[in-house]
Ligand binder design. Structure first.
Ligand code: WT7
Length: 652
């Protein structure tokens, strides 16, 4: 185990749910206790009962958990259903005219879509995709701004059994090409452009760049008209969304798929190699999305929910595109930056749309706290009743601001630990039942066997740091890494006899049993709540012709969580002065082109060499200390090239 797992955080403040909140909550302490007891007593039966209760099946399942292909676990395998049917059709009779999505653009334009509208739009696009020859199991890339059409595109794929893979609109053409190729996608759904901070991002232009050498198998590109920027349409390949759906029927019979049919792939970073296509199932995944939206977000009939995540991340899948719709909620979708026209934009939107449940990331909370600590007070936030966070541990200072200034000391905060791979919240408070402790994601949800263990898989005692594991398969877990079963096994089941899911985080539990996440155990950065492999950024850097070698580490950053620091060895002589500054600019833009702006190193330093042991291993721990500006106290004499240390420190 690495040595960075000691936690200095000793938080003692406790916040029990108010009697009023508990009174109106879906789950009261006794309900939560009953769920835990049931999961303890009959684990498989617990999940099967929920699957029968929460999902509308076309063919009921008779099998619960199937372990015969472990660690490729299967759930409800002989049942058939359709995710889009469960998110839309089943609501039509009772709440067809209820608003499903309130969409607001950065310029303030607002549009309401009811469940009936959603049915119509999804049906038309689904029929159009079928007309293009897309059949069950085909892959479709969705590269869109954060608008209602992105959700419609995902639902349309689900409706016909096509497997979507959403690529975050902030990713570059190169990153898009990798995902197009790895997934073997047949269709790309995109927009002319997206608007952020008043600027137009040329999404279609990136698609053209990604596809110009005809990599992979893309036959059609569907282009949604959004920003109105000029685009080049390629005859035969490209079609405007509005032309594609023109004349299509709104009715599209759902494709009834097996429970295990892949609903989507979502690429995520690991410590080594290229991004992994995390593959999720249909029924098990949907079940996780439903129960967590009910248990953790307490979504009820008249709630207005707003999860600020982009559909390019898992949070935008489970808590925007699927979960809230499956439970029949009204939700807000916003395309734009939180600081236009100022850092009060989100609070104004909460007021204007009467948001009751709000879910965002610590990095956003910190940024808005810095930019406008008193701005929430300018708006009427009295409808808010529950707040959530995800992506990284939230520091107590940000927690307290969120609680006091945004939530007016009335709203519980659910700090939700989970991952792209886990599909839905895993460790999180139940707002009407759990006592909150700032900085802790508190307790595992019912039916989730989370624990902290040592190298041998033995459960650790109070406040002992170790590996965070999940000891039993759960319905919404990933099924594999797309096209690479071996990587799935090697990454998630390498220890403990292959019996426990290894999350890759270190954690401890305190004497009350609350979980505290302490960080990653691998070389994965967490920048603004998003995982990024150090390897990916290093590969991007060395792909530049001037770069010979690069090492990338994270450094704590008060808004982004972690900042990226790159140590670069150039071909030829080390640069200094203006030349160095120019090169830094060039490399930052280069990385943005290769991966996307979020991967731009914050700090690039040049040296004649990297600190290596005599056996040639890069000393990352030393680089991390240097990046933080810490004094180097450890003995560096075993280093092959001690002289580079002052260069790396920026002192020579
Ligand atoms: C990693 C997963 C799940 C959606 C967002 C990120 C970190 C996530 C928390 C939390 C402490 C957290 C972990 C995890 N993380 N939520 N509440 N407290 N750390 O998804 O990109 O798959 O990253 O984010 O390190 O392993 P992701």
């Amino acid at each position: 185990m690495s040595d960075n797992i000691e936690s200095t955080l000793t938080e003692t403040r406790h916040f029990a749910p108010s009697a009023e909140f508990t009174e109106n909550a879906r789950l009261k302490p006794a309900d939560l206790e009953a769920l835990h007891q049931k999961a303890e007593a009959d684990y498989e039966g617990f999940w099967c009962d929920l699957a029968r209760e929460k999902i509308d099946w076309q063919t009921e399942f008779t099998q619960g958990l199937d372990e015969s292909k472990a660690p490729h676990y299967q759930w409800f395998a002989d049942g058939r259903m359709n995710v889009s049917y469960n998110c839309i059709d089943r609501h039509l009779e009772v709440r067809g005219n209820k608003t499903a999505i309130v969409f607001e653009a950065e310029n303030g334009d607002t549009r309401h879509l009811t469940y009936r509208d959603l049915y119509n739009e999804v049906g038309k696009l689904a029929n159009a995709l079928k007309g293009m020859g897309v059949v069950k199991g085909d892959r479709v890339i969705i590269y869109m701004p954060m608008n209602a059409e992105a959700v419609i595109a995902m639902q349309a794929c689900a409706r016909i059994g096509a497997i979507h893979s959403v690529v975050f609109g902030g990713f570059s053409a190169d990153a898009l090409r990798d995902r197009v190729v790895d997934s073997g996608s047949k269709v790309v759904i995109t927009a002319d452009g997206g608007e952020r901070g008043g600027k137009v991002v040329g999404l279609k232009a990136n698609v053209d760049k990604a596809l110009d050498s005809n990599p992979g198998d893309v036959e059609k590109v569907v282009v949604c008209k959004r920003a109105g920027n000029d685009v080049t349409m390629h005859a035969d390949r490209d079609v405007w969304w509005e032309d594609a759906v023109d004349g299509e029927s709104v009715d599209c019979e759902p494709e009834w798929v097996e429970a295990e049919h892949p609903l989507f792939l979502l690429y995520t970073s690991g410590s080594t190699g290229k991004p992994k296509g995390i593959q999720h199932s249909s029924a098990g995944y949907l079940l996780g999305a439903i129960v967590t939206n009910e248990w953790v977000f307490d979504l009820q009939g008249d709630d207005v929910y707003w999860c600020t995540a982009d559909v390019g991340w898992i949070t935008g899948h489970t808590y925007v595109a699927y979960g809230p719709l499956a439970v029949g909620a009204t939700q807000v979708v916003y395309e734009g930056t939180p600081t236009v026209p100022d850092a009060g934009r989100w609070w104004k939107m909460c007021q204007d749309h009467g948001v009751t449940v709000f879910y965002t990331a610590p990095t956003a909370i910190r940024a808005l706290m810095k930019a406008g600590p008193d701005l929430p007070k300018q708006y009427d936030l009295s409808k808010l009743r529950l707040l959530g966070t995800v992506g990284e541990p939230i520091n107590p200072e940000a927690w307290m601001w969120y609680y006091t200034t945004v939530g007016e000391e009335r709203c519980p905060i659910v700090d939700t630990w989970w991952q792209t791979e886990t599909g839905a919240n895993m460790i999180a408070p139940i707002p009407g039942a759990t006592t909150l402790v700032p900085g802790s994601c508190t307790q595992a949800l019912p039916g989730i066997a989370a624990d902290v263990v040592d190298e041998d898989g033995k459960s650790l005692g109070a406040d002992e740091g170790g590996y965070l594991v999940i000891k039993k398969p759960w319905p919404h877990m990933l099924r594999t890494v797309w096209g690479d079963d071996q990587r799935y096994k090697d990454t998630y089941w390498p220890k403990f006899g292959g019996k426990y899911y290894l999350a890759g985080d270190s954690a401890r539990r305190d004497s009350e049993g609350n979980f505290w996440i302490m960080g990653r155990i691998d070389d994965v950065l967490n920048v603004s709540g998003h995982r990024m492999g150090t390897m990916e950024v290093e590969s991007a850097l060395v792909a530049h012709k001037a770069v010979a070698e690069a090492a990338v580490v994270g450094r704590p950053h008060d808004v982004k969580g972690e900042a990226i620091v790159a140590f670069v060895i150039l071909q030829g002589d080390r640069l200094t002065g203006d030349e160095a500054e120019e090169m830094v600019k060039e490399l930052r833009n280069w990385v943005a082109d290769q991966i996307g702006p979020i991967a731009k190193p914050d700090d690039i330093r040049f040296a004649d060499g990297l600190p290596k042991t005599r056996s040639g291993k890069i000393m990352r721990r030393l680089l991390r200390s240097i990046a933080k500006g810490e004094e180097i106290t450890s003995d560096t004499s075993t280093l092959e090239n001690e002289a580079v240390i002052p260069q790396l420190q920026g002192k020579a």
